[in-house]
Design a protein around this ligand. Structure first.
Ligand code: UTP
Length: 448
């Protein structure tokens, strides 16, 4: 951004303290500063600030919250499942799917000094989340003999490091032409009294615009057009922090197609009624994910006649989304709503700033806009072990434990016994059906 352009923007929004700061910078620092702010959407932050300042921000109240329809794979019959699986496999083999993994978050809770996708999470090989997911895509491309575009969402601050990591690791065996990085928008954070905040001498405090920003960035980057030109009509979406996700799951895809859905999701049973996950519900007749605080206590704890929780479905950030739907929600401005997060000011900034507002969008807010949605229940131990925190629940320790159980289960499903305390890690590239495996594993083993 040009200096004059930036100054007039700051004048327009009465950010005198920022203009004054800019005047104290050396020409080199000034260049860095202007460079750092060039991708930020100031207009959006100020207009959101105005809106959130004037609105009464209580959680939305719905007239009627009901349990939604969820497909339970256990009750579907074998023949039906096989047909649905075939549809999914055929669609993948025809090159109609792409995979988007979002890795633009700041990973604050984990506190790892690099992008979260670089975290060496696998229990024996220490493979990173990026490697595990890339290998899953490579395995699918080989299995179905097809190119699957892999779209990785990054943010302007972590893009360079993530691209460098892929390059250094030779794209984990993927063809470079099928790998696309796209950058989400950054929004400056702001104080409740409408002041931008300096992070350090050459940058402003800012945040990526949430995982929902992927639907905007996929569109604005031109990637939707590009993959549609390649024949893709459906995008598998997941978060980088879940190493046991079934990437581009053909069965899930088959259901998505069968139900003629525009947007699909997988859910798991909540561990306890107040678990801090988004609840999948029908709110005033529309499918939505609502936060645990939006679900009244009485509903949260409600049981059916068999004593089972009525609102049990927790969203886990796994979706199929039609490219036509992504196009639609961008056709008249970006349709997803922005949420305000009120955060304690981070350390290292001016002590006068006590609180900041961050604005974000959430992927699941596409649900009520989608018309037809399809929801599939899956088992936590088979598909969901998110790396979120440095300690306790969802920490590296817990994720590795879940991964080991996940691999152990794959062995026991094949009649292979893994001795107590022994670790097994399975490469996503391993073709277990064609391997000659022992009937018992007695020492730590990596299967590739
Ligand atoms: P989370 O909401 O758990 O955020 O993101 P996070 O960045 O991983 O961690 P915290 O909250 O700062 O501790 C779920 C997924 O969405 C991605 C993350 O990279 C993760 O894969 N995400 C989140 C984005 O890509 N962009 C965002 O702006 C936010």
């Amino acid at each position: 951004m040009q200096k004059n352009e930036f100054i007039s923007l700051m004048e327009r929004y009465k950010q005198v303290h920022i203009i004054e700061h800019l005047r104290t910078l050396s020409s080199e620092d000034e260049r860095d500063f202007l460079n750092n702010v060039s991708d930020m959407n100031f207009e959006l932050t100020f207009s959101l600030h105005e809106r959130f300042s004037s609105e009464n921000q209580r959680p939305i109240k719905y007239e009627k919250i009901e349990p939604p329809e969820v497909i339970d794979l256990e009750t579907a019959d074998r023949e039906q499942k096989d047909t649905i699986l075939n549809t999914g496999e055929k669609t993948i083999a025809e090159g109609k799917t792409a995979v988007t993994i979002v890795a633009g978050g700041q990973g604050t809770r984990l506190g790892y000094p690099h992008p979260k996708g670089m975290y060496p999470v696998s229990p024996i090989k220490g493979k990173s989340l990026f490697q595990i997911n890339s290998e899953k895509i490579l395995a699918l491309s080989l299995r179905y003999n097809v190119k699957i575009p892999f779209l990785v969402m990054v943010n302007p601050e972590n893009r360079k490091e993530i691209e460098g990591f892929f390059r250094k690791n030779r794209f984990f065996g993927l063809e470079k032409e099928n790998l696309f990085f796209f950058t989400q928008e950054m929004l400056p954070s702001i104080t409740p009294d409408r002041k931008l905040v300096l992070k350090d001498r050459t940058s402003l405090l800012s945040n990526p615009d949430g995982h929902g920003g992927s639907l905007k960035a996929l569109w604005q980057s031109g990637l939707i057009k590009k993959i549609e030109d390649l024949g893709v009509t459906k995008v598998f979406y997941c978060h980088i922090d879940n190493p046991i996700v079934k990437v581009d799951d053909p069965l899930f895809l088959g259901w998505h197609i069968r139900e003629k859905a525009n947007f699909s999701l997988k859910v798991v049973r909540k561990r306890y009624s107040g678990e801090k996950v988004g609840n999948f519900v029908l709110a005033d007749g529309k499918p939505r994910i609502i936060e645990y605080i939006e679900l009244p206590d009485e509903l949260r704890d409600r049981k059916d006649s068999r004593g089972k929780p009525v609102f049990w479905a927790g969203s886990i950030g796994i979706h199929f989304i039609n490219t036509a739907f992504i196009k639609k929600i961008n056709s008249n401005g970006f349709a997803l709503p922005y949420h305000r997060q009120v955060k304690k000011a981070p350390e290292g900034i001016s002590p006068e700033v006590k609180e900041i507002w961050k604005f974000e969008t959430f992927i699941f807010d596409a649900l009520p806009l989608a018309g037809k949605v399809c929801c599939l229940e899956t088992l936590r131990e088979e598909e969901f072990a998110p790396l979120k925190n440095s300690e306790g629940e969802d920490s590296p320790r817990e994720v590795q434990k879940a991964m080991l159980n996940f691999y152990r289960k794959q062995m026991s499903d094949r009649g292979i016994d893994v001795a107590e305390g022994v670790k097994v890690e399975i490469s996503p590239l391993a073709n277990l059906e064609k391997m000659n495996l022992p009937s018992i594993i007695t020492e730590d083993t990596y299967i590739e």
